[in-house]
Design a protein around this ligand. Structure first.
Ligand SMILES: N[C@@H](CCC(=O)N[C@@H](CSS)C(=O)NCC(=O)O)C(=O)O
Ligand SMILES: [Fe+2]
Length: 273
C-alpha cells in the first residue's frame, strides 16, 4: 500500500491525470483489514449485478473526501446505483466504461443527466472511437479524492478495451478482457485473438499475483478472481497456454450473438445516448 504522499507524487508524475473537484485531505490509514461496512484502507467498495446481462457494476469511493467513481453502470439500473451512492454519502465524479459494450447500454449518460451540470464526467478510451467527456489513453489516471485508477489499454475483445488498476495494484477492473476462468469473445467489434492474448499477458499477467480481478461479467455465479488464479487456472489463457493454443480455442467457441448487439453498440458509441 502506498502512503498518501507517494500516491500524490505518483499521481502527478506521469501520464494524463483527471481529477474531480478533488480536495487534498489528511491521510488516515485504516489498519484494521476489512474495516467496517466494506471499507478497506480508506476505500469504499461495492460490486453490483445486473441479472439481465450478467454485468457487474462497481462503485469505488474515497472514505474521507467521499469522492467516488462508478465502473460499467447499466442504463436500466441507474436509479438503483444513484440511490445506493446517495445512501453511502458519496459524490460521484466519473463514470468509467471499460469498452463499448455489445450486450447492454451504458448508464453513464443517464447518470450525467441526473447530476448537477459539470459535476460528473463519462470516461472511455480514445481508442474505442466512442463519445465521452473524457477519452483516456495508456497510463491516464482518474482521481477520486486521494485515490486513483490507472488505465491499461487491452485491445482484443474490442479494439478499444481498457482495464483500470487501483493505485496500490490491489484490484484490477478487467471489463470483458479477462473474465473469471474465461475472457471476452473476439468474433465482433474488431476483436482479435492474438491481440487479446498479448494484452492479457503483457498488461494483466504482469500485475502482482495477489491483485484481485473484477470482471464486467460472469455467467456462472462467480464474482472475482486474482491474477495468480487466472495465470494458473484460466482454461483459455493460463497454465502455459500459447498464443497458438488460444487462437485455436477462440475459433471453436461458437457463442450466440448478444441479443441487444444492434441496439447497444450504436448507443454505446454515442455514450449511451
Ligand atoms: N448471451 C449474452 C451474451 C454473452 C456474451 O457473448 N458475452 C460476451 C461479453 S458481452 S460482449 C463474451 O465475451 N463472452 C465470452 C464467453 O466466453 O462467454 C447476451 O445475449 O447478451
Ligand atoms: Fe463486451
Amino acid at each position: 500500500m502506498l502512503s498518501a504522499p507517494e500516491v500524490l507524487k505518483n499521481a502527478s508524475s506521469e501520464g494524463e491525470s483527471w481529477t474531480g473537484n478533488s480536495k487534498l485531505v489528511e491521510w488516515v490509514h485504516n489498519s484494521c483489514g476489512q474495516g467496517s461496512a466494506g471499507v478497506v484502507n480508506g476505500l469504499i467498495f461495492r460490486q453490483l449485478f445486473d441479472k439481465e446481462s450478467s454485468t457487474f457494476t462497481y462503485i469505488l469511493g474515497d472514505e474521507l473526501s467521499r469522492e467516488a467513481v462508478i465502473i460499467d453502470p447499466v442504463d436500466t439500473l441507474v436509479e438503483r446505483d444513484l440511490s445506493f451512492i446517495g445512501e453511502l454519502g458519496l459524490e460521484l465524479k466519473f463514470g468509467l466504461n471499460t469498452h463499448a459494450h455489445a450486450d447492454h447500454v451504458t448508464g453513464t449518460s443517464l447518470i450525467r443527466n441526473r447530476l448537477p451540470p459539470g459535476s460528473f464526467k463519462s470516461v472511455i478510451s480514445a481508442s474505442s472511437g466512442a463519445k465521452a467527456d473524457v477519452k483516456v489513453k495508456q497510463g491516464s489516471k482518474i482521481h477520486f479524492g486521494n485515490r486513483f485508477l490507472q488505465v491499461r489499454l487491452t485491445p482484443g475483445h474490442t479494439a478499444g478495451c481498457a482495464c483500470f488498476v487501483l493505485d496500490d495494484d490491489s484490484r484490477v477492473f478487467t471489463g470483458d478482457t479477462l473474465l473469471v476462468r474465461g475472457c471476452g469473445r473476439t468474433d465482433f467489434q474488431e476483436g482479435d485473438s492474438s491481440t487479446l492474448y498479448k494484452s492479457v499477458h503483457e498488461q494483466l499477467f504482469t500485475l502482482p499475483d495477489q491483485c484481485s480481478v473484477f470482471p464486467a461479467h460472469d455467467y456462472r455465479g462467480r464474482t472475482s478472481s486474482s491474477i495468480r488464479e487466472e495465470k494458473r487456472f484460466n482454461p483459455r489463457l493460463g497454465g502455459g497456454k500459447t498464443e497458438k493454443d488460444f487462437v485455436a480455442i477462440m475459433k471453436e467457441l461458437k457463442l450466440s450473438t448478444p441479443k441487444l448487439i444492434d441496439v447497444a453498440v450504436p448507443k454505446n458509441m454515442a455514450c449511451g445516448v
